[in-house]
Design a protein around this ligand. Structure first.
Ligand code: GAR
Length: 205
């Protein structure tokens, strides 16, 4: 088991950034040996950007508002990740699809977290509360969290880690989401720690 190079993390997040915060907290606490290099959001009002600034991490708003087309935005995101020295991209509630340049340059080095047990309840349009609504509508007895590598297909890349969360009688999408999110906050830093320790191997890191 060989130890990979130090993790230099670049985050993309669209909204609250509570998973980002859990990872920043683990770095600050010394339980995750990694450096947070940059946080990018498509949403200028994202709390994730404020969380980044509060932790002294470069926070960038990059969206179609300031770029003429998807290709220009893809180039801008890749440029920002590269100039920050990022070697592992962490999607933390990023609701946009990454462009081919970023995916090509960071193939096998982009992680995503999904609030269900993939391959169930994934795919285009399945994010946030919609996922929990689908789990309850299907009558599933359990849900959970999946961390996977990102490729061109939504929620389809190789799975690195999963954690199970029971569905309880009387659950609403909100109560289930809360229980799943707590598990996300444990699993994401832990999976990164295992990557940093060489316990999970990313071929191209
Ligand atoms: C998390 O529950 C994450 O699993 C989900 O968005 C939320 C972001 O929360 N992602 C998806 O649904 C991706 N398909 P956060 O901004 O507080 O970390």
């Amino acid at each position: 088991m060989s130890r990979p190079p130090p993790l230099h993390l670049g985050f993309l997040a669209s909204h609250g950034g509570s998973n980002l915060q859990a990872i920043l907290d683990a770095i600050a606490a010394g339980t995750l040996p990694a450096r947070a290099c940059v946080v990018i959001s498509n949403n200028s009002g994202a709390l994730a950007l404020e969380r980044a600034r509060a932790a002294g991490v470069t926070a960038l708003h990059l969206s179609r508002q300031s770029y003429p087309d998807d290709e220009a935005l893809d180039r801008a995101i890749l440029g920002a990740l590269r100039s920050a020295g990022v070697n592992l991209v962490v999607l933390a509630g990023y609701m946009k699809k990454l462009g081919p340049r970023v995916l090509g340059a960071y193939r096998g080095r982009v992680l995503n977290i999904h609030p269900a047990l993939l391959p169930r309840h994934g795919g285009q349009g399945m994010f946030g509360m919609r996922v929990h609504e689908a789990v309850l509508a299907a009558g599933d007895r359990e849900s959970g969290v999946t961390i996977h590598l990102v490729d061109e297909e939504y929620d389809r890349g190789p799975i690195l880690a999963q954690a199970r969360v029971p569905v309880l009688p009387g659950d609403t999408p909100e109560t289930l989401a809360e229980r799943v999110l707590a598990e996300e906050h444990r699993l994401y830093p832990d999976t990164l720690r295992r990557i940093a320790a060489g316990e999970i191997t990313l071929e191209k890191l």
